[in-house]
Design a protein around this ligand. Sequence first.
Ligand SMILES: Cc1ncc(COP(=O)(O)O)c(C=O)c1O
Length: 426
Amino acid sequence: MEAAHKKEERKSVFSDYDYSNFYYGAGDDPVNLLGPFREWYQEAKPNGYYLYSEPLSSAPATHVQVRNGKTGAVHDLLNLASYNYLGISYREEVKQAAIEAVNKYGLGASGSPILSGTFDIHEELAREVASFKAKDAAILFPTGYSANVGFISSIMRSGDTIFCDQYSHASIVDGAILAKSKTVFFRHNNPLDLERKLGGVRGKKLVVVEGVYSMDGDVCVLPEIVDVAKRHGARVLIDEAHSTFLFGANGRGVAEHFGLDQEVDFHLGTFSKSLGGQGGFVCGGRDLIDYVNAFGRSRFFSCNLAPPLVAGLRAGLAIVEGEPELRAKLWSNVAYMRRRFAEEGIDIGKSTSQVMPVLVNNDAKVFAVAEKIQDRGLYLQPVTYPAVPKHKSRLRISVSAAHTEEDLEQAVRVIASVLREEGICR
Ligand SMILES: Cc1ncc(COP(=O)(O)O)c(C=O)c1O
């Protein structure tokens, strides 16, 4: 009993770290940071951190081959962890397009987009994305991360103010840091708090929100946010990383879903989630895109997207446009999962989207729960502080249009049985 108590105590210590544990008290030599980190990591790894970065040896489809971080054995698991929300990354048309592009262009772009790295297919993808989003123009970035960093730091500067939701993705926060603007965080999805914080602020103001919040799966209360921002003369940027290609009548995103496409000033998205590829984009008026082309440093100081990837993305976009039934299937899968989780008494917080956090709310226990679930055939990931607040640990689930109802039922049953055994649900 005492030993078990001690183990529990140690676990809560290892999961209690933040970056300051490593930064302070390490002296003047940067190499001295490694010691305190090694100490923590040696304890953290056997306590569950081996569940991260377990290598896959198959496509991120509904079933994946995963090498167990503890035993080294490879298992066939039901995949609830990939962002491949529409099951596009491994579609035959996408693979063929990429293969043909490899034969034509070789591997990489071998240049910055403003020097030698722009190919005909980059221009075509940008045109097609703009047309899909019903905007004048679009501009491509190497990743969604660099789209936020490059875009925010191109339009906001020292002396300006950026208002970010407290749950903003790191790329938004890093963009604000690079912009050297004053950054003000408002309470998550809370227009009243935004209003309080906007009050009396002068100068250039930008409000940044996400269409779907990536750790909670809740949807931005965009109408209220836009209303507050407009009344205070602030511009609005929406990051639709987890919502473009899924929400709205045409799949343009949460802004379209709310009928606010025109009211939102800046639209940003990624190709790494619903298209199952890689890259980011911003779209809008021609003047905006020309400006970002000139000032988006994370874009033009980086190599352009690899041509085979671009060809695959074009094929993926054509699938999204040609098969709206994929979105319908995703939303019926989401409805099924929500109903079954509710029936089993499993708490998924405020999620209303394809991202579902199964709340464990116990930082010490979440790894043991995740390991047990993996041992029973499901691939999903524990998420703890600092990715989410302390004591808000969870298992993060991504539902895909490619899942069958049998897949989803199996997932619910395994999760419910483990949560019950662990005393996390009734
Ligand atoms: C809201 C949000 N923005 C941006 C990104 C970064 O996108 P990418 O993985 O394409 O760099 C992510 C990634 O998870 C995200 O959740």
